[in-house]
Design a protein around this ligand. Structure first.
Ligand SMILES: Cc1cc2nc3c(=O)[nH]c(=O)nc-3n(C[C@H](O)[C@H](O)[C@H](O)COP(=O)(O)O)c2cc1C
Length: 223
């Protein structure tokens, strides 16, 4: 691998300063410390939809075979992600899964790469190291009991298409509001959440930074 690595982070949270964004910023910081050129994309700034089922990506000998032919606010981002050397995708957990906006992005990115021909499942000629981040309100034991299966499905798609397991970091028990007293939030114990955030979130940020470095190391080893 020669030249400067291009590493991207795709933020699937509506909040540009929320927990997901902070994890992704730490990831990019790690990558930047390794000398990579980095870019953050905030999906909620873009106008796009999930897969439209045009199936142009599957037409035999089609001009758009293996590519997403639908044009909207995601088109340039998909092109950059296909081209870059490694990327992280992060989203908050909404209703027990990665938030829908981000799943729409993954449909558009991953489905054109999937082969219906038989044989190799992934048409991806440029597989790359990836990372998968999530932020959620629930504690780790709840994540393990109820969310792992669902999140494992997305992890499996990363592996199918990028041919390697993504690095994963799931940040639990996040601090959702800047001022809990303003919200109907009796379900959560604010002092406990604050203490958890103060102690554990910096550790998650450190881990995210390390993942940014590992993604660069893996990308440098390619070819
Ligand atoms: C629509 C919606 C649904 C949510 N559903 C869940 C859920 O099922 N489980 C959970 O742990 N947290 C849930 N949350 C909380 C967020 O996942 C949590 O606050 C997360 O840390 C937000 O990340 P952010 O700061 O990056 O936006 C939900 C929040 C919203 C707005």
């Amino acid at each position: 691998m020669t030249g400067q690595l291009r590493i991207m982070a795709i933020n699937g949270s509506p909040r540009k300063n929320g927990s997901t964004a902070k994890l992704l910023e730490a990831f990019l910081k790690g990558a930047s410390e390794m000398g990579a050129e980095t870019e953050m994309v905030n999906l909620y700034e873009l106008e796009f939809t999930g897969c439209r089922e045009c199936y142009l990506c599957k037409i035999k000998n089609g001009k758009r075979y293996g590519e997403c032919a639908y044009r909207d606010g995601l088109t340039d981002v998909i092109a950059k992600v296909r081209d870059c050397d490694g990327f992280a995708f992060g989203a908050p957990i909404f209703l027990g899964d990665f938030a829908a906006q981000g799943k729409s992005f993954l449909e558009r990115l991953f489905f054109p790469y999937t082969s219906y021909e038989g044989g190799d499942f992934s048409l991806n000629k440029n597989p790359k190291p990836t990372a998968l981040f999530a932020a959620m309100n629930v504690k780790e034991d709840f994540l393990n009991e109820f969310y792992r299966g669902q999140l494992g499905n997305t992890e499996a798609w990363f592996k199918r298409i990028m041919l390697k397991d993504p690095y994963t970091l799931y940040s639990t028990d996040t601090y959702q509001f800047s001022d809990y007293s303003r919200y109907d939030a009796g379900l959560w114990n604010e002092p406990e959440k604050r203490a958890w955030r103060d102690e554990h979130f910096p550790i998650d940020l450190q881990k995210a930074e390390e993942i940014g470095k590992k993604v660069c190391e893996d990308a440098s080893k390619k070819e």
